[in-house]
Design a protein. Structure first.
Length: 129
């Protein structure tokens, strides 16, 4: 799956994710790039779920690219890049559950989010001329 946002100012947010969908969703790999004037700090961050290797690419003030890779013990429920897909496939009567996201800060920071259904809200569509 690939999701790309192109901003008017030339900035780009580009995320490519590979995941398996059998009885459960499983992350295979994720690569997320953010660059341009909209973003305070550029991001080029990739994670390989099978190996637990997270790779950050950063540029110093001179434009020299620095690549840092490190091993992180990743949970099986990592959902980088496909949270929306996961949410679209959660049964409405599911019990609350947590999933992991590896945030691209400090070489990779594992955070947990709680997904909990809160009922249904009506949705109305209006036609505009």
């Amino acid at each position: 799956m690939r999701l790309t946002y192109r901003f008017v100012d030339g900035s780009i947010d580009d995320e490519t994710t590979t995941y398996r969908q059998q009885s459960t969703f499983r992350l295979v790999r994720n690569h997320h790039i953010q660059k341009g004037p909209f973003f305070a700090k550029p991001v080029d961050f990739a994670v390989e779920a099978a190996t637990g290797i997270a790779t950050s690419r950063t540029a110093d003030r001179n434009g020299t690219i620095h690549v840092e890779s490190q091993h992180i013990d990743l949970p099986d429920d990592l959902v980088n890049g496909f949270v929306g897909t996961l949410l679209l496939n959660v049964p409405h009567n599911t019990t609350p559950f947590r999933v992991g996201i590896l945030a691209p800060v400090f070489g990779g920071r594992l955070i947990r989010i709680l997904i909990s259904p809160e009922g249904e809200q009506p949705f109305h569509k209006t036609d505009r001329p």
